[in-house]
Ligand binder design. Structure first.
Ligand SMILES: Cc1cc2nc3c(=O)[nH]c(=O)nc-3n(C[C@H](O)[C@H](O)[C@H](O)COP(=O)(O)OP(=O)(O)OC[C@H]3O[C@@H](n4cnc5c(N)ncnc54)[C@H](O)[C@@H]3O)c2cc1C
Length: 601
């Protein structure tokens, strides 16, 4: 629906007061003149020093000119190199992103200016300033975008890092929802918080559960707008499906509340419609759940001595998954590696040690009974009280090495990350593909084809099946809630998201050293594509998870949002008719040049 059609519809449906009032305001804002090209520093129209000063005053002195520590000074560069594996350090740098770049795609580069926002009012000031002066606007929270969508040179950055308050509620009702929505336990999280901030307050200190991401340093706002999966999403659903309400600054610079009762279309779009396209989220309120007593992990690595034995091992693992693990208890990954290696990195909740052991015993016994297989990493099952799932102190004492702490002086005690996530900090991506695999592939008559595809793919590159990133096997209420989000509906029927990806060492511009190995990156990207092609032979038309996907995807609208794209475009048109919020491969971005500076005629 275009704006004129929408306004016509609004007149025809006078009993939609909230929507109509919102649209009127936005339509007025949209009539301020066509916006075809954004300005860069030094160009006519770039704000004068006096205008920047005035703006700085309006945001309480929180305007910065970010410099990469790698180019700022020798001391800053040394300091940055020392902390290159610490995502908390990187997150604290307005000039850096958690991924250093992607071969042939993008490199991490600072914005011209940044507002270190501390409130929705700061954000609104920045939105209005960017709009008035035709600036390229970019928003960064946790900075974990693989595609570099929180990074744009010559832009004004809204940096939400310092907006990280977390508030628990016993009985939350969305604004305007009294009488329509039962009060429920919830947590409000400011947009710049990382998931560890929420987990510490909700689980470690509060004894409840909130659905967020697996990686502790991912930002809450980016993940919710992606759709969002955590290790336990097979039980609690996607993170965005647990959203009750968002506070968001729209393109007209107005702070709005979006929930099921107020701006429901915007609310729907924020749930998985992709980060940075519809507005700047300043606060999110999420449902919390009773905490299951136990959670745990299953780990190990098995090597087969022949190709035939490896194929048999894949068949055994897939059959075992389909029979025993395709249910709300189980999440995370099996990785099928070149060299005939199966790596297990599974998690569970709602089962204790004895139950989880009993379930895996037959699988491990089968492996041990066949001399073609060896455990190259010992297999094991470990349950812990779920209350301690993100409890840094508990892990320090009982499972040392599983978590790594922010080692800077004065760092909060809960600022930790999973050791397994550390390899990704600052990485330079060579290739990244993902595909939702439909549960029909697990049917007995399709399993052999799936196994063949996994085997063929593993000849070229490692394939990870992220079982928690597809909702087949989840409880009906989790599926129903996810159905009411903007995500590609394929996620509802997928048993896993297959991810095939590769990267090299950090390669921030200005870093000492030879820089990224582009020849190696090119080779890897080809192998990754080959591997994904093998998988797609059994899953033609598979959708892809917006935030864990290929930068170079052509049919991204279909892949990320499927049948929801038209509705999402209509939401974009209503709330951001001029396209102030641009991210590459975000909703509405087809109307702009790749860098987001020029609107296509
Ligand atoms: C190491 C790593 C691990 C990951 N693990 C998971 C996982 O377990 N589960 C999962 O589902 N995903 C995962 N992801 C993907 C991740 O959820 C997305 O990349 C997410 O968008 C990151 O959010 P962020 O705030 O950290 O990143 P940013 O780069 O800051 O933001 C991502 C996007 O959201 C926009 N955005 C950020 N804040 C706001 C805001 N306040 N308002 C409007 N737009 C905003 C940005 O403009 C950008 O387009 C992972 C990514 C990485 C790099």
């Amino acid at each position: 629906m275009n704006r004129r059609e929408l306004l016509k519809a609004a007149v025809a449906i006078p009993f939609l007061p909230g929507v109509i009032a919102g649209c009127r305001g936005l339509a007025r804002a949209a009539s301020g003149g066509a916006l075809y090209t954004r300005v860069r520093p030094g160009e006519a129209g770039w704000p004068s020093p006096a205008q920047w000063n005035e703006f700085n005053h309006a945001v309480g002195g929180r305007l910065l000119q970010p410099r990469s520590p790698f180019t700022a000074s020798t001391a800053a560069c040394k300091e940055a190199l020392r902390h290159l594996d610490n995502p908390y350090y990187i997150g604290d740098q307005p000039a850096l992103t958690q991924t250093s770049g992607w071969a042939g795609a993008w490199r991490s580069q600072p914005s011209a200016y940044a507002v270190a926002a501390e409130s929705a009012a700061d954000v609104a000031e920045a939105v209005r300033f960017a709009r008035k002066h035709r600036l390229r606007l970019v928003v960064k929270g946790g900075g974990h975008s693989y595609q570099g969508t929180s990074d744009a040179p010559d832009s004004l950055l809204i940096w939400t890092r310092h907006m990280n308050a977390v508030t628990l509620h016993d009985a939350f009702v969305g604004q305007g929802c009294a009488g329509a929505q039962a009060p429920q336990p919830a947590v409000s999280v400011q947009a710049g918080a990382m998931w560890i901030d929420a987990y510490d307050a909700v689980t470690t200190r509060g004894g409840r559960y909130v659905q967020g991401g697996g990686c502790t340093t991912v930002g809450v706002a980016g993940l919710i707008q992606s759709g969002g999966f955590g290790s336990f999403s097979k039980h609690f659903g996607t993170a965005s499906a647990n959203l009750i309400e968002a506070e968001v600054v729209t393109a007209d610079g107005v702070v709005r509340i979006a929930n099921a009762c107020t701006h429901p279309d915007l609310f729907w779009g924020l749930k998985g419609g992709g980060g940075g396209s519809l507005g700047v989220v300043t606060r999110l309120t999420l449902r919390t759940h009773a905490l299951p007593p136990w959670a745990g992990a299953v780990y190990g690595e098995i090597k087969a001595s022949t190709d035939a034995a490896y194929r048999a091992l894949i068949a055994k693992a897939i059959g075992f998954y389909q029979r025993e693990l395709l249910n709300p208890h189980w999440g995370e990954q099996m990785m099928f590696r070149p060299g005939n290696v199966l790596h297990l990195s599974m998690v569970f909740q709602g089962l204790d040690q004895v139950q989880a052991d009993a379930l895996w015993q037959p699988f491990f016994a089968w492996v041990r009974a066949h001399r073609e297989y060896t455990f190259v990493e010992p297999a094991g099952v470990m349950a812990i009280p779920m209350r301690h799932m993100w409890d840094a102190e508990f892990f320090r004492r009982h499972v040392p090495g599983a978590m790594v702490a922010d080692d800077r002086e004065g760092a909060p005690r809960d600022h930790v990350l999973w050791k397994g996530d550390q390899g990704q900090v600052g990485c330079f991506i060579h290739g990244y593909r993902s595909a939702w695999l439909p549960a029909s592939l697990l049917r007995e008559d399709r399993q052999a084809a799936l196994v063949d595809a996994l085997y063929a793919a593993s000849r070229r590159w490692e394939v990870s099946l992220h079982f928690n990133k597809g909702l087949a096997g989840a409880p009906p209420e989790a599926i129903a809630a996810a159905r009411d989000t903007a995500m590609n509906p394929q996620v509802l029927d997928a048993f896993a998201l297959a991810i095939i990806a590769g990267s090299g060492a950090p390669a921030y511009p200005g870093m000492p050293g030879p820089g990224p190995d582009l020849a190696e990156a090119h080779k890897a990207a080809i192998a990754i594509d080959d591997a994904m092609d093998s998988l797609l032979r059994v899953a033609p038309g598979a959708g892809s998870y917006v935030s864990e996907s290929d930068y170079f995807l052509r049919d991204w609208q279909r892949a990320f949002w499927g049948t929801h794209y038209a509705r999402l475009s209509a939401v974009k048109h209503t709330y951001d008719p001029e396209g102030l919020f641009y991210v590459r491969h975000g909703v509405g971005s087809e109307g702009w040049s790749e860098d987001g500076f020029t609107r296509r005629a």
